[in-house]
Design a protein around this ligand. Sequence first.
Ligand code: HOC
Length: 363
Amino acid sequence: MSTVLSELHDEARAVLDPAHYDYYAGGVGDEAVLGENEAAFRRLALLPRVLRGAETRDLAVDLPGGRLALPVLVSPTAFHRLAHPDGERATARAAAAAGTVLVSGVASTVAIAEVVAAARAVDPGASVWFQLYPHPDEDVTACLVRRAERAGCAALVVTADSPVFGRHRRDAEHGFHDLPAGLAAENMRDVPGAPPGGTRDIAMSPAVSWAHLDRLRELTALPLWLKGVLHPRDAVLAVEHGVAGVVVSNHGGRQCDVVPAAVEALPAVVDAVAGRVPVLLDGGVRGGGDVAVALALGAAAVGVGRPVLWGLAAAGETGVARVLDALRDEVDHVLALCGGRDLADLTRDLVVPRGAGVSARCG
Ligand code: HOC
């Protein structure tokens, strides 16, 4: 793990309420998937190329919904005001200053309009994307989409991996089931069916299907990313249903407890979409080397979730900036070591299994 990220994790753990730390840190079941997301990166290595003339390097990537100055964006995570009083405003400011996208979660403790305003105060051209679950009440989905559009979001990220929410042992042990007084899922305030001034449940339903995605597609002109894709056939279906991109993710090991690590699922999804749409990955990225491996396996960029929360808890906006700065520096360093001038120079032939030798086919 990146030293900076590791230090911020330790600082966050020291300051967070243990129940809130465990809400962020925990995973589903026995947390095997949580561990595997990181362990799978440790099982991969990069074969650097030499003497390629990489004095100047370009880390930028263009995606539907915005240009990233580095191939790392902020994955959606919930309830940032549990970590820091500024919550998602601080995260938005740091992401904008770094020149990258915050995917702001539907379960944010700051309303999406204020999140976008915070990003735009730093950089008027900043892109914020909005994550949502397809809600079983389609009037709620429509209301959320309009809120995101009015706020100025540049894309929607539809999380499809949560027909039911994963069961988290740590939350049960702490009895952590509700937000503390004064905090709420602000985007769910006053949606259809909510009590006056109150909120509605965020959860999607096992009944949600591709038809819901089609209706969402008809509802908005914003680019749609489908998040939580692991099966290559779902990636193909997503393309057929008009998504702008897919996100390979197992929800940070928080949903199904028998799925593969995200990076293990990535190559098959990349191959299945065959360049028709970009593929993002999140889950287990803990340093610039992990970013480089994911890009070499075909990801256009990666998302980081927990490391951003640790930065936020440790030092607010400054802490999130430290996470993004560290990842930028580390990716640039690995790119230079691989002789890469831009991200396209990170190709799949550079990735080898650790401890299994190197095949002559790499040549
Ligand atoms: C109770 C609603 O993605 C997580 C989040 C879920 C956010 C909605 C919680 O904790 O994995």
